[in-house]
Design a protein around this ligand. Structure first.
Ligand code: F0G
Length: 449
């Protein structure tokens, strides 16, 4: 299948064969990132795959006993023909994640349809698994002995797990003291060489881009175009779960800005192939303290991006110099979406509200609900329009954050100002008692009043 795809530079648009790309996945001519393209999809209509046949095949594969067929990435393999053989796929049964209703949040916002696509329900607890199965499988087909990434935690967890399954060594660079414990634990548990550098995420990326030039390691950050191919499959699943309709809006958290690009690519390709008849607006939400894309759009119309020193407790998106910002700008502009930013307190409240729906997510995912509130207030999303929030990580990734929030230890007074009612309504501190029936009954009665 390898001849079917090419890599095209998103800057100067030149196309190269997969084997010609350099180890840092940047164009030798203009420095921009590549994306996978499939020349066969641009012939006359009758030569394109039949949409009804594809839809049927993808659903049927879920009943197969083959792991590669059941995977929520590889059952859509006609949309990502990047391996010589699909049997080479390294899979942990990723994808096939739930699309939940959020009835309480919908009611509060006056929306008829609000859903959450929960990518935290993947094997390592984040959306990174769908991209990792694709790129790691390419690494194995190409015979690499080592793979590497710089990460705010989730990429490293996913890479370490898939590398372990493939029998490949993995090198993880993490910003010391700046990632959630659950994620650090995963990299160690899955056996990665885990190095914590005294810098931030952007500093780890700088070091790794030198390392991959000097050592035979395969780079698995999201500049790797095969990651994007895997990460576009949630768009296919959303469409399938909505009977091949698409929502009016999809809202995504923004960090290194690969995921927004991947989903945009997925929705546009589906439309191109006639699987759906339109694409949703895709909006990206960042934390106020880590908002280089918001600034780029506001100050330079998305033409230029100035890196920022990033600060937010949503450590997954504590990124000041996002690699895929040009791709994200293109998706937002093409789809008619927006960028929005939210405060630390808005993130914390939104996270507690998603928890109270019985779903939960990690802090970075909750920026989607916090951003949605603003887009509704501004009249950019109408009550009868359907919305899907992309929840990127599982609530157990960062339980420290959750516990500190409910104990009232997370936010400063200044951060909480103006949101006291929401904070009081969502906090659920635990109460410590003696092992006494009377005391438990007293608490039960108090809570039922
Ligand atoms: N949500 C979570 C939970 C993440 O881990 C990330 C990124 C994002 C959102 C942002 O996605 O980078 O595609 O815009 N985490 C990366 C990592 C950077 O290293 O795990 P993005």
């Amino acid at each position: 299948m390898n001849e079917i795809h090419q890599l095209r530079c998103t800057g100067c648009l030149r196309t190269v064969a997969p084997g010609e790309i350099g180890g840092n996945f940047r164009c030798g001519e203009c420095g921009e990132l590549f994306e996978a393209v499939y020349p066969g999809w641009h012939g006359p209509r009758h030569t394109l795959p039949n949409p009804s046949a594809l839809r049927w095949l993808w659903r049927e594969r879920r009943m197969s006993l083959e792991a590669v067929d059941r995977s929520g990435v590889w059952r859509f393999r006609e949309m990502l023909p990047v391996l010589r053989s699909a049997d080479d796929a390294v899979t942990l049964g990723e994808g096939n994640t739930p699309l939940y209703d959020l009835p309480q949040a919908a009611r509060r916002l006056g929306l008829t349809t609000l859903r959450a696509k929960h990518q935290g329900m993947n094997p390592t607890g984040s959306f990174k698994d769908t991209g990792m199965t694709a790129a790691l499988s390419v690494a194995r087909e190409n015979g690499f002995a080592w793979v590497a990434c710089a990460s705010t935690g989730n990429t490293s967890a996913a890479m370490a797990a898939y590398a372990a399954r493939a029998g490949i060594h993995s090198l993880v660079l993490l910003p010391e003291g700046k990632i959630a414990w659950g994620k650090l634990a995963q990299a160690m548990d899955y056996g990665a060489l885990t190095l914590q550098l005294r810098t931030d995420f952007d500093g780890c990326v700088r070091v790794l881009s030198e390392v991959v030039q000097r050592a035979p390691v395969y780079l698995l950050n999201s500049v790797n175009p095969y990651r994007i191919e895997g990460q576009k499959t949630p768009a296919l699943e959303i469409a399938e779960q909505m009977e091949w309709e698409v929502p009016d809006h999809v809202i995504v958290p923004g960090g290194n800005l690969a995921n927004s690009s991947a989903l945009g690519k997925g929705f546009l390709e589906m439309k191109h192939l006639g699987l759906t008849n339109r694409a949703p607006r895709i909006s990206v939400v960042q934390a106020e303290g880590a908002n280089p894309l918001v600034r780029s759009m506001q100050e330079f119309g998305g033409e230029r991006l100035e890196p920022v020193q990033a600060h937010t407790r949503a450590s997954a998106i504590r990124i000041g110099n996002p690699a895929s910002w040009r791709k994200a700008v293109r998706v937002i502009q093409q789809s008619g979406g927006w960028v929005e930013q939210v405060t630390e307190a808005e993130i914390a409240v939104a996270k507690a509200e998603i928890g109270a729906e019985g779903i939960g997510c990690e802090p970075a995912s909750a920026v989607t609900l916090a951003g949605l509130k603003k887009l509704v207030q501004q009249g950019k999303i109408a009550p009868d329009e359907s919305v899907v929030l992309l929840l990127t990580g599982h609530t157990l990734k960062d339980s420290d954050y959750t516990i500190r929030y409910h104990r009232g230890e997370l936010l400063t007074e200044a951060e909480s100002a103006g949101l006291q009612a929401e904070l009081n309504a969502t906090r659920r501190n635990t109460i410590e008692l003696d092992a006494s029936v009377e005391e438990v009954l007293r608490e039960l009665e108090r809570a039922s009043r």
